[in-house]
Ligand binder design. Structure first.
Ligand code: MN
Length: 498
């Protein structure tokens, strides 16, 4: 998975010369302590680097220029220790292209009641210095995250940690390359979209490749490589008897492994970190990639079925955000409802391609016929998704903008065993309830494809939408249909003005 430790967030502090050299030295020393403390926090996966104390417009401009040019810098945290007149931030903020977090904190946690004097007051002015910076950022319509509280506060560290993970995903998105094998599933609307608009908005590029190129790569896979992957299957999964050596469908398992290896080699050679396929165009492939896609997703690749590149990109970005966290993220589809009033729930699954990172136990490796696509029976991993808190996220192209739609859910164990269902699946209760959630999702124009996450909270997606400058619609315990209708109408108007 993505290594976040090499990435840097630059910590900068705003002040001014009015206070004299001694005060500025104290400000710098405080800033270094705060940055070092954030850097030591186990919650924050990237390194937090104290960069400089900024007191002039030129220094700020240079800093923003350097941040833009630095490959390792994924964002900037600003802190106004003293009153930093904000006009000096205008030129810098005008050119800053990296994500920004405004940490509204102060060095001391408590007011030192018995010793506080005007020197202390002059040194510790974040309470109004931060407002000045906030005013200017708001006036300039700078997208940013604001975090308020003492810098040692565990909640403050959590807020910053989330943002650093999202900034890492944003940085990854600027270099993301998505390979599309085959076009969209025919006649489907929601998986379509403007790839050029997406590249301008999110940085990632989406390009199509002929199936012949992939088929050639797969054909070149060696016997030894297949043997190694098969060994890995037997170590990692419960493999169905008919797929074992000398059993009648062992050759299908070898074909599946060959597809997986060829696909991985193709992606590695082209520096792709996400991909799509479609069952309507599998020329040169003996099976629809099942276990191949599942294992590549578990390695960190983004994936969207039926040509769904928006979901492929979202799955990749969410996997980067979640690097190293317990739990998983997977391509998902709302498949079937359980409308029983005692336990209304959604069964999420796909034809094959659910990521084993969300599995409750050891997946089983199976082969079953597939009714569509006209190919040989595909090998797939079958499992139940783990119970617990989760969310579904969907990226939609509304024509004039992208909307990121999320719905919080609680995954539950299936009521009974599902002996005849030959695909990985997960059962969840949608918030606030199935009827309201599905109603809201449909009104918001959400897709049937999503990224299902076990370890990301809505805050991650909110931070992402803020950085990307896109619309975010949230369906959760507080959702009310009438309010949502109004929100959608207001947003419609808002996005026609910006
Ligand atoms: Mn689908």
């Amino acid at each position: 998975m993505t290594n976040l430790t090499k990435l840097e967030v630059w910590f900068v502090t705003g002040s001014q010369h009015l206070y004299g050299k001694e005060t500025l030295q104290q400000v710098a020393s405080h800033s270094k302590k705060v940055a070092a403390s954030l850097n030591r926090s186990k919650k924050i996966p990237v390194s937090i680097k104290f960069k400089s104390l900024l007191t002039t417009a030129d220094e700020i401009f240079e800093l923003c220029k350097d941040a833009n040019a630095s490959a390792n810098c994924i964002g900037i945290i600003t802190w106004m220790h003293t009153f930093s007149p904000a006009k000096m931030w205008i030129n810098g903020l005008k050119i800053l292209h990296k994500p920004l977090l405004h940490l509204h904190t102060q060095f001391n946690s408590d007011i030192p009641w018995s010793t506080i004097d005007m020197d202390f007051m002059n040194l510790n002015q974040s309470a109004h210095g931060g407002r000045e910076f906030g005013h200017l950022s708001t006036r300039m319509k700078v997208n940013r995250k604001v975090v308020v509280g003492h810098w040692k506060d565990s909640d403050v560290l959590d807020r910053i940690a989330v943002w650093t993970r999202v900034a890492a995903a944003w940085s990854d998105s600027q270099r993301m390359k998505i390979a599309r094998f085959g076009d969209n599933m025919r006649q489907v609307a929601v998986t379509e979209g403007d790839k050029v608009a997406a590249q301008i908005q999110f940085g990632y590029e989406v390009n199509g490749y002929g199936m012949g190129a992939l088929a050639d790569q797969i054909a070149g896979v060696s016997k030894k490589e297949i043997d190694q992957t098969i060994e890995d299957y037997f170590e990692s999964y419960e493999v169905m008897k008919v797929l074992h050596k000398r059993q009648k469908q062992h050759s299908a398992l070898r074909t599946a492994a060959q597809i997986e290896i060829g696909l991985r080699q193709f992606l590695q050679a082209g520096n792709f970190t996400a991909f799509t396929d479609t069952f309507e165009n599998l020329t040169g492939l003996k099976q629809l990639p099942g276990i191949a896609v599942q294992r590549l997703m578990a390695e960190g690749y983004g994936f969207g079925a039926e040509g769904d590149w928006k979901t492929a990109a979202l799955v990749r970005s969410m996997k980067v955000m979640a690097s190293g966290l317990p739990g998983g993220n997977s391509f998902m589809e709302d498949y079937t409802y359980h409308f029983n009033p005692n336990n209304p729930a959604v069964l999420g699954a796909h034809m094959l391609e659910i990521c084993p990172s969300i599995a409750a136990g050891k997946p089983s490796c199976e082969i079953h016929p597939l009714g569509i696509g006209g190919k040989a029976d595909p090998v797939r991993l079958v499992f139940d998704g783990a119970a617990g808190a989760g969310l579904n996220a969907s990226m939609i192209d509304m024509g004039n903008r992208f909307r990121l739609l999320i719905n919080t859910v609680t995954a539950i164990p299936p009521e009974e065993k599902l002996p005849n269902l030959p695909v990985a699946r997960i059962l969840w209760q949608a918030h606030p309830d199935l009827k309201t959630a599905a109603h809201a999702w449909i009104l918001a124009g959400g897709a049937h494809h999503t990224c299902y996450s076990q370890n990301l909270t809505p805050e991650y997606l909110e931070d992402y939408a803020e950085i990307a400058g896109i619309e975010l619609t949230r369906i959760d315990q507080s959702t009310n249909i009438q309010n949502l209708k109004n929100e959608l109408r207001w947003n419609e108007l808002y996005y026609r003005t910006v």
